[in-house]
Design a protein around this ligand. Structure first.
Ligand code: SAM
Length: 313
């Protein structure tokens, strides 16, 4: 078991497999999404995940950048899925390349998928992401359902005057299909000064949709979930700025270059590649680093210098 200095059990590892992305979302990073930086090999990812699992990690989510741009994504998924101790394996994607890959990844051991979808309107989607690919994302969602990936969660970041007027259309996606639609509050990664004015909080959305009623929430869950009469899916609110959940944080992040980030908002990273040749030393280093995990993020008083594409959201 991995316990940090504040008594939190850390059993969830986010594995960013690349900083590259095939979209260029306005709120995400530093506009360098196509640049290729150092990327761990499949064998290195396997070694690192095995060490984390031996320390107590049970749940892994593969992310990026955009994880599906890696040509060896099937091998990465298979390696993590076969790691002793890893019980759940999900992937976060923008969905653009998902339709042709969903079955391959499911067969390799992927269980669930989170798909980013900030608008169901083609021109708003293009404005937000820089690409005219909404239809491909919608096909990816359909294919994920067909294949049996579960749960399927759609993540949306709303911004006032940009895509907030599409909240209702996004909510209704949870009506007729067993898909969770989750609204993530805008965090200050690319527009620190502006993000407060643009952010749509979970509470504002709850006022907009008074027919939503709360569901019980698991202790380590970051989202507050709601349902509505006749809805097959849930509506979730992830509100890291207005409703901090740091005291329940159970996760750390392995970056694409083999460093660890202990908090999404922290600029500090700790390199693990020097320990790759000695798994006992690697485990010891992971246990030592966990004790440095900060008590809480400092959004509100400061903005991170890194973009989310360099971290894995
Ligand atoms: N490419 C994948 C995707 O699009 O889901 C994985 C990486 S992306 C960085 C992960 C998530 O971070 C996405 O759901 C995205 O909307 C979210 N995200 C990026 N920048 C954000 C910000 N400034 N505030 C809140 N969420 C953000």
């Amino acid at each position: 078991m991995l316990t940090d200095a504040f008594g939190r059990t850390i059993d969830y590892l986010r594995v960013s497999v690349t900083t590259r992305c095939n979209l260029n979302c306005v709120y995400c990073g530093k506009q360098d999404c196509e640049k290729k930086d150092a990327e761990l090999t499949v064998a290195q990812i396997e070694t690192l995940v095995r060490a984390f699992a031996r320390c107590g990690i049970k749940k892994v989510r593969v992310t990026g950048g955009e994880p599906l741009v890696r040509s060896d994504i099937r091998e990465i998924v298979a390696a993590i899925a076969h790691t002793p101790g890893i019980e759940t394996l999900g992937l976060t994607t923008n969905g653009v390349l998902l339709a042709p890959l969903a079955k391959t990844l499911f067969d390799a051991g992927l269980q669930s998928v989170n798909i980013s979808l900030d608008s169901t309107d083609g021109s708003t989607y293009r404005h937000l992401t820089g690409a005219d690919v909404l239809q491909r994302v919608l096909e990816g969602i359909d294919e994920a359902r067909l294949i049996g990936l579960s749960p399927i969660k759609l993540n949306a970041v709303l911004m006032k005057g940009v895509n907030a007027d599409g909240a209702g259309a996004l909510v209704s996606l949870a009506k007729n299909a067993p898909i969770d639609v989750r609204f993530i509050e805008l965090m200050p990664f690319s527009v620190p000064g502006e993000s407060d004015a643009l952010r749509v909080t979970g509470d504002e959305l709850l006022r907009q949709f008074p027919f939503l009623t709360p569901l019980p929430t698991e202790e380590t869950e970051t989202a507050r979930y709601y349902t509505a009469p006749g809805y097959l899916g849930r509506i979730g609110f992830i509100s890291p700025v207005s409703h901090k959940f740091c005291e329940r944080c159970n996760r750390v992040r392995l970056l694409a270059n083999g460093s660890v980030r202990l908090c999404l908002a922290a600029d500090e990273t700790y390199d693990l590649t020097a320990f790759l040749h000695d798994e006992a030393a690697l485990e010891k280093e992971i246990r030592r680093l966990i004790l440095k995990k900060p008590a809480a993020h400092l959004f509100g008083s400061s903005a991170p210098k890194h973009g989310l594409n360099r971290t894995g959201g």
